[in-house]
Design a binder for this molecule. Structure first.
Ligand code: DLL
Length: 433
């Protein structure tokens, strides 16, 4: 039976959701206009005032906000509330330049935790469950968000944070954890380790996993489900918009419902900024409707995906986003061809390899080199050179047909590629451009 945390809104008629969005948008635009001079200035530059925004149909008139704006306004320039009204910050790891620092009032945290509670209940969570939160705690939003959601559902919450794999497994077994929350790459690693310990899926008490914070393929989902003996649910979010729980998967496991009472989603053409019709692939843009302390309007996520309002068997009416196929800034351009790491992952997993790989790109004498290191599983490990070459050639052919360019595949021994306890590092781009 499908379970909901807030069924009155999660399953509301679409017209009711739209009406709520209209009402909240007007309030939010006024709030930003009155309290965020940085964005008011962008609106003035575009010649828009709150009076021009009468509902969601006018959203396209508002200017975009980008990560670059966040950097320029760092740290306090986009706050919608005075510091004295804020109770928390969270922040990104800042691998691509300056960190993003997001602010929260107590009310913002409350709504964020509601969104995470919706995700946990959609994954079957109840107060009977033991929910192990193995996302990092601290500045990263994963741990605090799911921790709050787990409390709201009433699960017994185990805040292990990330890392210390042995201790994670000990708690899963001793406390009989039923729900695991972590990145998909860490879930795969936990699965791999438990398998090595001789544990079969039926000896692992887990029944569901809530995995997100990075792109993962359908093939990787199957892999994790099989090794852990669970149902694996996707969850999406970003620090700028609170953290995990912007959208979440239900029992259908075919895309993530966006919490539309708190966020409006648009898909745009990343090059022109034009709004694209539902069902078209493009860049995801979010407007936060209820956030007080860090109220972002039309924030460009750089995530590439597709929206769909097709009726969902779970009963929820919120629009769904497909698994993001990558970020427009993660997209690699190799020898002029657009390549997403997720495409490479699909080829590898379809051929029976684990999701332990690394893509290494360099430029030698003005030509891009494109190497993919792939780990063999212990079962396929061999030191027969001829056999390895045959397998490498097969993977190279698979990649060529998927991507349209050739890559050099190097098969490496099991456990050679460093495991990640948080987001995996898949790409090493050594080109100096
Ligand atoms: O990763 C928030 C989060 C924590 C989401 C735990 C889910 C679970 P950031 O560190 O700010 O926030 O990174 C946000 O990660 O723009 C996407 O590119 C990527 N991302 C997040 N969830 C998914 C997902 C958190 N389910 C950035 N699939 C986003 C693919 C994801 N990419």
């Amino acid at each position: 039976m499908e379970r909901y945390y807030q069924p009155e809104i999660e399953c509301a008629p679409v017209e009711k959701i739209k009406a709520l969005q209209d009402e909240r948008l007007l309030k939010q635009v006024q709030h930003v206009w009155d309290n965020v001079p940085y964005y008011r200035h962008l609106m003035e530059e575009k010649g828009v005032t709150p009076a021009d925004i009468k509902g969601t149909q006018d959203l396209h008139k508002l200017p975009f906000l980008t990560k670059d704006d966040l950097r320029k306004a760092y740290p306090y320039g986009l706050m919608g509330k005075p510091k004295k009204d804020c109770v928390r910050i969270q922040s990104t790891s800042g691998t691509t330049g300056k960190r993003v620092v997001a602010f929260y009032t107590q009310h913002d945290i409350d709504l964020w935790e509601d969104c995470c509670a919706r995700a946990i209940m959609a994954a079957g969570g109840t107060e009977e469950d033991v929910c192990q939160v193995s996302y990092g705690y601290g500045l990263f939003t994963g741990g605090p968000g799911l921790n709050g959601g787990s409390h709201k559902v009433g699960c017994l919450t185990v805040p292990t944070s990330s890392g210390n794999t042995e201790r994670q497994i000990m708690f899963i077994q001793d406390l009989e954890s039923t729900i695991l929350c972590c990145t998909p790459s860490y879930a795969a690693y936990l699965g791999e380790t438990m398998k090595e310990m001789g544990l079969t899926p039926d000896q692992i008490p887990l029944k569901a996993g809530i995995f997100g914070a990075e792109a993962w393929s359908e093939e990787m989902r199957q892999d994790i489900q099989n090794t852990l003996g669970i149902k694996a649910y996707d969850i999406y979010g970003l620090t700028e918009l609170s953290g995990p729980g912007v959208s979440f998967e239900c029992s259908e496991q075919s895309g993530m419902h966006i919490n539309e009472d708190h966020f409006i989603a648009e898909i745009i053409d990343p090059n022109t900024g034009e709004v694209l019709p539902e069902g078209t692939k493009g860049e995801l843009v979010f407007t936060s409707l209820t956030k007080e302390a860090f109220p972002l309007l039309r924030y460009r996520t750089r995530d590439i995906c597709v929206l769909s309002r097709k009726k969902c068997s779970c009963g929820r009416t919120f629009i769904k986003m497909a698994k993001p196929m990558g970020r427009s800034d993660d997209m690699l351009i190799i020898r002029g061809v657009n390549v997403f790491p997720s495409q490479i992952e699909a080829v590898l997993l379809n051929a029976g390899y684990p999701a332990n790989y690394q893509i290494i790109i360099d430029r030698v004498r003005n030509t891009d080199t494109f190497d993919v290191q792939v780990e063999m599983t212990p079962e396929m490990f061999t030191d027969n050179v001829g056999e390895i070459q045959k397998r490498q050639a097969a993977l190279e052919a698979g990649l060529r047909s998927m991507l349209g360019i050739s890559a050099k595949v190097v098969l490496v021994a099991p456990k050679t590629i460093a495991r990640s306890e948080g987001k995996a590092v898949r790409v090493i781009d050594k080109r100096k451009i």
